[in-house]
Write a protein that binds this ligand. Structure first.
Ligand code: QAP
Ligand code: CO
Length: 213
């Protein structure tokens, strides 16, 4: 297993139309495992293959994952329909065959780190796909899982959540990123200034001891 590099907007690979997987091979399975590892490591709830530079119709999702502060994805409890879906969810060549209702959620994306905006989506979806073992299946769901599926399927069509905002809002974000790049990634606050032998040694080297702080 290996971590893969996550591409960020404006990388052109994110704009490509992903290709169907013709057969689930050992290579596909390795990609799926790597994507799961990469998603969990990045504290994400969903990842599409184009985000790791593979222009293929492969998606991994685990909406049970909570962010470190437990806040980002809290919202409601899982719905009954969501609970019926086994996670992590692997979707190869997925198609939304039915959708209805409307819902909004403050979405983010590992390929647009640090930006979060309300996006409108269908409330309930029915999806047909192939699983990680090459078997076709159909699922029905709603809640955060349905939102995440729609977000990830957008990636397979070269679409990002910032394309679904108003021209003004989306344009501002895109221009800001192109001009100034991404905001510095915040360090895990809980670890930053904790006393530790490593930190003490670091301070010693600059001639400071913890008592003087
Ligand atoms: C898509 O997004 C999604 O900016 C998955 O600094 C998001 O996993 C679907 C993440 C919300 C439905 C609702 C984003 C992690 C993770 C960041 C993600 C960040 C760290 C995003
Ligand atoms: Co995304």
């Amino acid at each position: 297993m290996a971590l893969r590099k996550i591409l960020t907007f404006p990388d052109p690979v994110l704009r490509e139309t992903a290709k169907n997987v013709s057969e689930v091979t050992s290579e596909t399975k390795t990609l799926i495992q790597d994507m799961l590892e990469t998603m969990y490591s990045a504290k994400g709830i969903g990842l599409a293959a184009p985000q790791v530079g593979e222009s293929l119709r492969v998606v991994v999702i685990d909406t049970r994952t909570l962010d470190q502060d437990g806040a980002r994805y809290k919202s409601e409890e899982m719905t009954d329909l969501e609970k019926k879906v086994k996670q992590p969810l692997i979707l190869v060549n997925p198609e939304i065959i039915q959708k209805d209702g409307k819902t909004t959620y403050e979405e983010g994306c590992l390929s647009v780190p640090g930006f979060y905006e309300e996006v409108e989506r269908a409330n309930r979806v029915v999806v047909r796909a192939i699983d990680g073992n090459g078997r076709e299946f159909t699922l029905e769901t709603d809640g955060l899982l349905a939102i995440c599926i729609q977000h990830e399927l957008d990636h397979l069509a070269g679409q990002l959540f910032i394309d679904r905002l108003s021209l003004v809002k989306g344009g501002r974000i895109k221009n800001q990123i192109k001009k100034h790049g991404y905001p510095p990634k915040e360090a895990p606050r809980s670890q930053e200034n904790l006393p530790s032998p490593e930190k003490d040694k670091e301070l010693e080297l600059v001639g400071v001891t913890r008592a003087k702080l």
